[in-house]
Design a protein. Structure first.
Length: 223
């Protein structure tokens, strides 16, 4: 059955307790995605851990409760992901989370979830999520791999450049002129320059574009 979804991006996960129940490869992928999103309070509940999770534990990236899940383990959690091979455990995790008002995802069981995790492509602050409503995660993963060819590291560099400019734009350009500047920057050769490794040239172009918009805004204000 297809699952209707409303896409959102969770933020400030570093301030939230995130729980993953299970210690295998699926759990490792879920934990890594949480860490990539900035989570810093990740708790893994499992009697044993696979190599990848064990390495993260040794590095201090996760907290490990070396035992089976118990009712009450989700207290204080913001979100929980269940990845065990035991349907009864996964269902119990889902029920506790729902009762406590906690975001819950059960891997491969959308009927036990109140959120689903899309197949995600990250390029710095650029995040592209693909979801098939639980119908075909393999298709979502295949589409993500295709997008990886189209969206390279230059997009991360572009957003870093835009972030550096944001305060200047907010302080120097009037509100009515800001959107036009951002659209012009996005449509400029800056991305192509960054793709070719020409960081200084791209920043110079952005500075010239901002100067032109400042001059135009100043001229408009004098009329």
């Amino acid at each position: 059955m297809s699952v209707k979804s409303y896409p959102i991006n969770l933020v400030r996960l570093e301030e939230r307790r995130c729980v993953v129940v299970g210690g295998g490869d699926v759990a490792r992928r879920k934990v890594e995605s949480l860490l990539d999103a900035g989570a810093r309070q990740v708790v893994v509940i499992s009697p044993c851990l696979g190599d990848g999770l064990a390495q993260l534990r040794r590095r201090g990236r996760i907290q490990h409760l070396a035992r089976d899940y118990r009712p009450g383990d989700l207290k204080g959690a913001f979100l929980v992901i269940a990845t065990t091979n035991d349907p009864e455990v996964n269902e119990a995790v889902s029920q506790e989370a729902e009762a406590e008002g906690i975001l819950v995802n059960v891997a491969d069981h959308p009927d036990h979830c109140n959120f689903i995790v899309p197949s995600t492509l990250r390029r710095g602050d650029l995040v592209i999520g693909l979801s098939t409503g639980g119908q075909s995660p393999a298709l979502a993963a295949s589409l993500r791999r295709q997008l990886e060819q189209a969206f390279g590291s230059e997009y991360a560099a572009f957003l870093e450049l835009a972030g550096d400019l944001r305060r200047r734009v907010a302080h120097e350009l009037p509100a009515s002129a800001r959107a036009r500047f951002w659209y012009d920057l996005a449509g400029s050769p800056a991305l192509a320059l960054l793709r070719d490794g020409q960081q200084a040239e791209a920043r110079g172009l952005a500075d010239e574009l901002l100067a032109a918009h400042l001059a135009r805004a100043d001229g408009d204000a004098r009329q």
